[in-house]
Design a protein around this ligand. Structure first.
Ligand SMILES: NC(=O)C1=CN([C@@H]2O[C@H](COP(=O)(O)OP(=O)(O)OC[C@H]3O[C@@H](n4cnc5c(N)ncnc54)[C@H](O)[C@@H]3O)[C@@H](O)[C@H]2O)C=CC1
Ligand SMILES: O=C(O)CCC(=O)C(=O)O
Length: 410
């Protein structure tokens, strides 16, 4: 809300529209029972926050993590509204999840948890209402279970018309070729736009990545393709470092047989977790959780660019320190918008009964992100402000225009 209020002041946002955008439209909290493998019953807490739908159906991921609660879902939903608006997509913002550690459950328990959660959300989601997608600890398999459960509640004649209630599905279930890599690809597309703007050659530039899941891995993959060198990775299991370079593909293979964890990878040495942001490098890509860079550690960062793959990785105090040091920050709502943009093409593909090929998808994503990057930089110049505020101003101006043209239902 601090970020929003600062941008709202900057563009002198209409007072009524500021009031509308300061509140979430709905906050759904559900408690649902699931039978465990041993026959006992557990009750889980799930959330879906729908912030604003002035531009189109609510859109945003579902997270399965112990830290998920209504506050987390609220912040993430609000960021989705700005992200979709900045990328020029016909969506509003929503986000949600279930408060669980998925590693503590078997695959069949996770399937039942997902299906009961979907059932509990009922008509609050739908292809033209609110369209979830993957986020932390959720994946294409989980999206397929959601699509199947939601569609199964419809009459046989309309069942197949409802599969695009979620995006990020497996390819065989209507998924988009390239959605798996869309977010990491978009992070690197934004870094390329930055490099072009600043006249920086990315060849041999060093980078470090926090989080080596969907976003962290694919960002590393595409950075490596450009000739940049990955030298440190941190995830929930620990921190690894190799100044000669870490092979992102080898690490990915290791992680996939090591329970998702980088810990123990032999091609790098282990570091203390609190040394990660101190690593000397050119680019930092946070691709894990929020509030990782704060007033406690912002000063340790030596890179010239932070590309926010994660949502909200830098808190407002940390950001002040970084900006004062002259560090460039590509803000989350721009930098990681490749994911929701890919989701948009999946949704369109399903609506139109089409199949896009992967090259077309990546080209379309790069084009949209490049436009959003230019608009952000122009807006920051116009308002003499930082890129995050510039990006928010573009998003708020688009939403303001919609409200001004359509009015508010009496
Ligand atoms: N998946 C997507 O399409 C999108 C994801 N994002 C954001 O990117 C971030 C990562 O999401 P995904 O890659 O999808 O999740 P993921 O579940 O695939 O990977 C999460 C990674 O973060 C690591 N992690 C968790 N807790 C950590 C901690 N305390 N310290 C360091 N690392 C930690 C995990 O070990 C894992 O490597 C999240 O902030 C998410 O909201 C943003 C846009 C789209
Ligand atoms: O793909 C989507 O719809 C949303 C992805 C997401 O949750 C995010 O951008 O934070």
């Amino acid at each position: 809300m601090k970020q929003f209020n600062h941008a709202a002041d900057t563009i002198k946002l209409d007072a009524g529209i500021r009031k509308i955008l300061s509140a979430t439209n709905s906050e759904i909290s559900v408690h649902f029972p699931v039978k465990m493998d041993d026959g006992t019953i557990e009750v889980f807490n799930g959330y879906r926050v729908q912030h604003n739908n002035a531009l189109g159906p609510y859109k945003g991921g579902l997270r399965f993590h112990p830290a998920v609660d209504i506050d987390t879902a609220r912040a993430l939903a609000i960021w989705m509204t700005w992200k979709s608006a900045l990328a020029g997509l016909p969506y509003g913002g929503g986000k949600g999840g279930v408060s669980i550690d998925p590693q503590a459950y078997s695959k069949s328990e996770l399937e039942r948890i997902t299906r009961r959660f979907t059932y509990a959300l009922g008509e609050n989601i739908g292809p033209d209402v609110d369209i979830p997608a993957p986020d932390v600890n959720t994946n294409p398999q989980i999206m397929a279970w959601i699509a199947d459960t939601f569609a199964s509640t419809k009459s046989p004649s309309t069942r197949m018309l409802n599969l695009h209630v979620v995006t990020g599905k497996p390819i065989g279930s209507g998924g988009l070729k390239g959605r798996d890599r869309a977010t990491g690809f978009g992070v690197v597309a934004s870094i390329k736009s930055w490099a072009k703007l600043k006249g920086v050659d990315l060849l041999n530039k060093t980078f470090i990545v926090q989080g080596f899941g969907n976003v962290g891995y694919w960002a590393s993959h595409f950075m490596t393709e450009l000739g940049a060198k990955l030298i440190a990775v941190q995830d929930a299991s620990g921190t690894i470092y190799n100044e000669s370079g870490i092979d992102s593909e080898q690490l990915h293979d290791y992680v996939s047989i090591n329970n998702g964890d980088v810990y123990g990878y032999e091609g790098a040495k282990q570091l203390e977790n609190n040394s990660f942001f101190k690593v000397e490098c050119d680019i930092v890509i946070p691709a894990a959780l929020s509030n990782q860079i704060t007033s406690e550690n912002a000063d340790e960062i030596k890179a010239s660019l932070i590309a926010e793959g994660a949502n909200g990785p830098i808190d407002t105090e940390g950001e002040k320190i970084l900006l004062a040091k002259g560090v460039d920050i590509i803000p989350d709502i721009l930098c990681n918008a490749g994911g929701v943009t890919g989701s948009y093409y999946e949704w369109l593909q399903n609506k139109r009964s089409e199949n896009y090929n992967i090259d077309t998808v990546l080209e379309m994503i790069e084009e949209k992100l490049s436009v959003a990057f230019s608009k952000t930089v122009e807006s920051a110049r116009k308002y003499k402000t930082d890129w995050r505020t510039g990006a928010y101003c573009v998003a708020l101006e688009r939403i303001q225009q919609t409200y001004q043209e359509r009015g508010v239902f009496p």
